[in-house]
Design a protein around this ligand. Structure first.
Ligand SMILES: O=P(O)(O)OC[C@@]1(O)O[C@H](CO)[C@@H](O)[C@@H]1O
Length: 343
């Protein structure tokens, strides 16, 4: 079982345009759809469609359309009722796959609600099923107004302190201050999933473009996160593919380009692919392979639609072992890219 926390969930509205987006014009949509979203919600959705039990923890009223969407799609959730409606995030997609996204700030969460959300998460992590305690908890997405940037660090400590040796491992996918704030206060997450921009931002190491261009530079940046207490880094590098960096080794994965229809949720799917391979006991390189296969499959689907394991093609992914930080490639070749992930 995998638990996800989404502090700032959203109703994702995707509007398909019949041509290119024209700023300042009135344009007619060719299609429009709504899905329950937010990064942790998406990870839970992607796991659920692949038959891996996942529980999404999130704020929001029972009657909120985000909860309605989760009920409709059979995604298990535990919600903290709040008065304000959740946000709507808008995505505009063009026929060539260009995706434009506008994310709202979301309703504020006051300190009492923040405490209650953490308590709800710890409670969900304490539940055991036939396969035992939850293996992972995923802390994902932006933080709503009123929530301090170290919220994920505080949440991770609460989970670990209250559940002790039974605590699930912690995966983090966020950006900006919530990402850097999550690396404060001692032991870091067991897994962090930045894209090149977030990796550059969190390490101050180099520019996003330089990290995307040079995976070995990205390996060195990832090692800076390991030195700060992070267990493993799963970094998506746009055209260069994705990297997995742990204390044991580094791997680079890439695959032929896919016809992108909407990149929204591709990063969340990549994380879900990694986790479902990890809980199935696959090797680190095969977990990375499944992450890239999932991300590519998600990019080829419209809106925030997420692939099941059966929709993915891990055999199309090339994984290359790298000789540690900064070392040369040990074997194999890498080809072109998975789609660039979208926030
Ligand atoms: O504003 P945040 O929390 O950073 O990101 C929210 C979001 O863009 O992330 C998901 C895609 O990863 C979407 O479902 C959702 O709209």
């Amino acid at each position: 079982m995998i638990i996800t926390l989404t502090a700032n969930p959203s109703l994702d509205r995707t509007v398909g345009l019949p041509g290119a987006l024209v700023r300042g014009a009135v344009q007619r949509a060719s299609a429009s759809e709504e899905e329950s979203g937010g990064k942790g919600v998406n990870v839970a959705r992607a796991l659920t469609v692949s038959g891996v039990r996942a529980v999404a923890v999130l704020p929001g009223a029972d009657a909120d359309p985000v909860m309605g969407g989760l009920r409709k799609t059979g995604v298990e959730y535990v919600n903290l009722p709040i008065e304000a409606p959740l946000r709507s995030n808008i995505t505009l997609t063009e026929p060539d796959g260009t995706t434009t996204k506008v994310n709202a700030p979301g309703p504020p969460l006051n300190p009492v609600e923040q405490e209650a959300l953490i308590a709800l998460l710890v409670g969900a992590c304490a539940v055991k099923d036939g396969s035992g305690s939850p293996a992972w908890v995923v802390l994902a997405g932006s933080l709503p107004p009123g929530v301090p940037p170290d919220f994920y660090a505080v949440t991770a400590s609460a989970v670990r302190d209250r559940l002790g040796p039974e605590a699930p491992r912690i995966a983090l996918d966020s950006s900006g201050p919530p990402l850097t704030g999550a690396l404060l206060h001692g032991a870091g997450p067991d897994l962090v999933k930045p894209n090149a921009e977030e990796l550059a931002e969190a390490t101050g190491f180099s520019s996003e473009a330089a990290l995307e261009e040079d995976p070995l530079l990205a390996v060195r940046a990832a090692h800076m996160l390991l030195e700060r207490g992070v267990g493993a880094v799963l970094a998506t590098l746009g055209a260069k593919g994705a990297l997995l960096v742990t204390a044991e080794g580094s791997w680079l994965a890439s695959r032929p380009p896919v016809q992108a229809r909407s990149t929204v949720g591709a990063g969340d799917s990549a994380l879900a692919g990694y986790l479902l391979a990890e809980v199935a006991g696959l090797s680190p390189s095969d977990c990375l392979r499944q992450a890239v296969a999932h991300g590519a499959a998600a990019a080829s689907l419209p809106g925030t639609r997420l692939p099941a394991l059966a929709d993915t093609d891990p055999a199309a992914v090339t994984v290359t072992a790298l000789n540690g930080p900064g070392g040369p490639a040990a074997s194999g070749t890498s080809t072109a890219s998975p789609s660039k992930e979208e926030r």
